[in-house]
Design a protein around this ligand. Structure first.
Ligand SMILES: N[C@@H](CCC(=O)N[C@@H](CS)C(=O)NCC(=O)O)C(=O)O
Length: 229
């Protein structure tokens, strides 16, 4: 049963909303999902996130928390009885935060632009494709360094960086399907390839990440709007 104490304002196809849902699932915290409508913002969203007016917002005990990575850190600190999401070692924590910031600042904007067709012209597309591949190769390297040969970036279990990067898996697959790019590949990125399989099939994740076909359809409807912005 959904807890009335925890609410998540979001939209099911949003990877940043999925990030929060995965973190709550990892901690086995029930929540109520308050679905925002396409093309409009609810009063509750505007009141809860007056600065950015963006999803996700998590409301815990009536208090709103904004920004997906901050919400994940809050979840880790508020429910200490579940498995730890952030690494305990300070250096590993710093590295996990560094890569999560990289993904949000650099990787996601390019992936998003690609998915919504706002990269126009062959030259711009080639540059964006190169940026995406560079990002993926950096993440392959980060997986080797952070995961140290284990199953996840977080080691034996899913951690902060797994959640931060893994929430984009559905959109990465959608971009692969819509273009000629192969982002995660058994030969070029063997670490990420195995990781993606393990992460995507985890109980905390598998029902959260939207189906690739759903995202491809959504991308087609969003593309004209993205171009108009
Ligand atoms: N840095 C924010 C970004 C949130 C964000 O960009 N949310 C998107 C959905 S994925 C949104 O609300 N877009 C609607 C808008 O920009 O008005 C986070 O990590 O939570």
């Amino acid at each position: 049963m959904a807890s009335t104490d925890v609410k998540v304002i979001g939209k099911a196809p949003s990877p940043l909303v999925n990030r929060v849902q995965i973190a709550l699932n990892l901690k086995s915290v029930d929540y109520e999902f308050l679905e925002e409508q396409m093309g409009s913002k609810s009063e509750l969203l505007l009141k809860s996130n007056p600065v950015h007016k963006k999803i996700p917002v998590m409301i815990h005990g009536g208090k709103p928390i904004c920004e997906s990575l901050i919400i994940v850190q809050y979840i880790d600190e508020a429910w200490t009885d579940g498995p730890s999401i952030l690494p305990l070692d300070p250096y590993a924590r710093a590295m996990a935060r560094f890569w999560a910031a990289y993904v949000d600042d650099k990787f996601y904007p390019t992936l998003r632009a690609f998915a919504f067709g706002s990269v126009e012209g062959e030259e711009a597309k080639a540059v964006a494709r190169e940026q995406l591949m560079e990002g993926i190769m950096l993440l392959e390297d980060a997986f080797a360094k952070c995961g140290k040969g284990k199953d996840f970036f977080g080691g034996d279990t899913i951690g902060y960086l797994d959640v931060a990067i893994g929430c984009f898996l559905g959109w990465m697959r959608a971009v692969e399907q819509m273009s000629s790019i192969k982002l995660i590949d058994e030969t070029k990125t063997p670490g990420l390839f195995g990781w993606a399989e393990r992460f995507g099939s985890n109980d905390a994740v598998k029902d959260v990440i939207p189906k690739t076909e759903t995202l491809v359809e959504l991308a087609k409807t969003m593309a004209p709007r993205a171009k108009a912005q």
